[in-house]
Design a protein around this ligand. Structure first.
Ligand code: DOR
Ligand code: ZN
Length: 347
């Protein structure tokens, strides 16, 4: 029997679109299925001011494929020089939907990020006052802390103290990868949410390292032990409104992934919705996919859910996805889940 489900059109609450030739190449992969996306600001140079965000938004709109109906939701990159008044004006005008905290050195293009949280408290206080969410890349960068422990240590030493100091601040824990992250989000009340990526529901750290190093599975925060993956699956499929989809689809050309110092990022824009249908079906939770991908995110951000729908159909035969997207910047490998996927987005 053919299985199918219809969902409100999903949104991606954490996406890297890049710029220039890469933007043009990857944007159709997102607009094919998603109505909106929270667009990450870690360009070179980063999107720091309202003026930067407005110009970047224009470049995204100019790169849209013909006929696409897609709204980029812009974010600002928090630096120790960020002006609270600029942030407030950008939010009041509706241009900017959130501000991203990258601890300096945590990930791709994060060197302009925050070293000392005290230096950005005036911005955070302003954001708390106006209800503008802070999106956290939740990893400490202290060299002594093992890379597999960096998320849990961030929660204890940075996030929890910050939320005690500023309880009105709305926070999204981006791309959680641990049982600790999922548990902390669950207990945080209405001002706290967490995004979960597609790939962290599918791979654990063995997938990266066993049988040869797999650069296309390397991302940050790095995938953790299997019990963490299981906790993320439980969270995503729980129906709890504090969890929603943020793919963190992060394209890098193959030459920079398959490299002696490979870039972090999994490119999942192309096949996220079929992969999520597969995962949610495995968990016996297909009826909760719409909440995760289409409802909980808008509710947190105070936006209406999309009116348009997409239909996912499960076919007898495994579905074929492109192995690579050929952009003018170079080829980008699409995330390979390592198992056959029978789900397909039909319309
Ligand atoms: O894997 C990642 N890639 N994690 C991040 O935090 C940044 C992203 C990127 O921009 O490539
Ligand atoms: Zn990201």
């Amino acid at each position: 029997m053919m299985q199918e489900i219809t969902l409100r059109r999903p949104d991606d609450w954490h996406l890297h679109l890049r710029d220039g030739a890469m933007l043009k190449g990857v944007l159709p992969e997102t607009t094919r299925h998603f109505a909106r996306a929270i667009v990450m600001p870690n360009l070179v140079p980063p999107v720091v001011t309202a003026k930067d965000a407005s110009a970047y938004r224009d470049r995204i709109l100019a790169a849209l494929p013909a006929g696409a109906v897609f709204e980029p939701l812009m974010t600002l990159y928090l630096t120790e020089g960020t002006d609270p008044a600029d942030v407030a004006a950008a939010a009041a005008g509706g241009l900017v939907k959130a501000v991203k905290l990258y601890p300096a050195g945590a990930t791709t293009n994060s060197h302009s990020g925050v070293r000392n949280l005290d230096a950005v408290m005036p911005v955070l206080e302003k954001m708390a006052g106006i209800g503008l969410p802070l999106l956290t890349h939740g990893e400490v960068t202290t060299p002594e802390v093992d890379i597999f422990d960096r998320e849990a240590v961030f929660i204890d030493t940075v996030l929890d103290p910050l939320r005690r100091r500023l309880p009105e601040l709305r926070v999204v824990m981006e791309h959680i990868t641990t049982a600790e992250g999922a548990a902390y989000a669950a207990e945080g009340g209405p001002n706290l949410a967490a995004t979960i990526t597609t790939h962290h529901l599918i791979i654990n750290r063995n997938h990266i390292l066993v049988g040869g190093i797999k650069p296309h599975y390397y991302c940050l925060p790095v995938a953790k032990r299997e019990h963490h993956r299981q906790a993320l699956r439980k969270a995503a499929t729980s129906g709890a409104p504090c969890y929603f989809l943020g793919t963190d689809s992060a394209p890098h050309v193959d030459a920079l992934k398959e490299h002696a110092c490979g870039c972090a990022g999994c490119f999942t824009a192309t096949n996220t919705m079929p992969l999520l249908a597969h995962v949610f079906e495995e968990e016996g939770a297909l009826d909760r996919l719409e909440g995760f991908a289409s409802l909980h995110g808008p509710a947190f951000y105070g936006l209406p859910p999309n009116e348009a729908r997409i239909r996912l159909v499960k076919h007898e035969a495994p579905q074929v996805f492109p192995a690579k997207i050929l952009t003018e910047a170079g080829p980008v490998t699409v995330f390979d889940p390592g198992f056959p996927v029978h789900w397909h987005v039909e319309s």
